[in-house]
Structures are given as C-alpha cells and as structure tokens.
Design a protein around this ligand. Structure first.
Ligand SMILES: [Fe+2]
Ligand SMILES: [Fe+2]
Length: 182
C-alpha cells in the first residue's frame, strides 16, 4: 500500500492584520535612523494581508513585483548595512542573530523564486491550488519575518548599535536610494 505523502498544513490562526496604532508604538521604540526599514515593513505587511485573501491575478503580480524589489533592496540593505555593523558587537556568524536573519532571508528568496515560476506558468482561468498555497506561504513567511524584525530585532538594534553606526546605516541607505533614483 502506498504511503500517503506529507501534506504540509499551515496554521494561520496567529495571523495578525497590520494596524496603525501598533505601528506607531513600534516606531517609538526604534531609532529614527532605522525608521525607513520599519516603514517598508508596514507597507509590505499590508500587501501580504491582501495576498492572504486568495487568488487575484493583478494582486499576485503586484505582490511578486514588490517582493522582488524588497529582496534586491531592503533585504540587501539589512545584510550589508545593519548586520555588518551588528558584527562589531556580536562576532559569531555561524549561529545567533546574524546567521539566522540571513538564513531567513534566503528561505524567503527561495520561496519567492518558486512562486515566480508558478505564477509565470499559471492559467488565470484556472489557477492551481499549488500557486495559491505558495503565495499564502510566502505571505506568511514575510509577515512572520517582519513581525520578528519589528518587535525584537529593530528595537534591539536600536540600543545595541552606537549612534555613529546608526547614522552610518541611514547614510548608506540614503546614498544607495538617491543614486538609484538619480
Ligand atoms: Fe529582513
Ligand atoms: Fe526587514
């Protein structure tokens, strides 16, 4: 008798919709130099709330575009500008926050790639359950990642990093963003 294959089921009962009041409180415990990051989190988080509602061609398209942009900018900025400075305080890179954050980024990158393939090959008249599941998983992983960064990491980065390091991060982000626009 064939053994049934493992069918992962996600428990999404802990999903929490983005709300402005909570965001303002998070803002108050994160250093102003790092606010651009949490602002981007809030925008992406809202979009993921919509993705979770289910299949919609334009919405999926927009979500994948936005995620692609985040992976190429936001994720990289965190790794290049923040984690490199955190390494002045926590030198361990095989375990701990530096390793884990990079690892989570890579997991999200992988699921994004898979979602892209499914989306590019899908029939809008008959979207597969696999695509809907993958988009739901991607949205869930991003929400959880953002939640972790907003509630734990960014408030802690704000107290661990020196004023000079925080100013340098804001400077790097600004420089990169303005070069890109110009
Ligand atoms: Fe991140
Ligand atoms: Fe982030």
């Amino acid at each position: 008798m064939a053994r049934p294959s493992y069918q992962p089921k996600l428990d999404l009962t802990d999903w929490k919709k983005t709300n402005t009041q909570e965001f303002e409180k998070i803002r108050s415990i994160v250093a102003p130099e790092l606010h651009s990051f949490i602002e981007e989190h809030a925008a992406l988080s809202q979009l993921m709330d919509q993705v979770r509602e289910g299949y919609h061609t334009e919405l999926y398209h927009k979500a994948l575009d936005t995620i692609a942009h985040e992976l190429e900018h936001h994720f990289l900025y965190e790794e290049k500008y923040i984690l490199s400075r955190l390494a002045n305080h926590i030198t361990e890179t095989e375990v701990g926050p530096i390793a884990k954050l990079k690892n989570e980024h890579n997991i999200i990158r992988k699921h994004y790639q898979e979602a892209m393939v499914l989306f590019q090959n899908h029939d809008p008249e008959n979207p597969s359950q696999e695509l809907v599941q993958k988009m739901g998983l991607l949205a869930y992983l991003l929400k959880k990642h953002i939640e972790k960064e907003d509630h734990y990491l960014f408030p802690l980065f704000s107290v661990i990093l020196t004023q000079e390091e925080k100013a340098a991060i804001a400077h790097d982000v600004h420089l990169h963003t303005s070069t890109r626009k110009g």
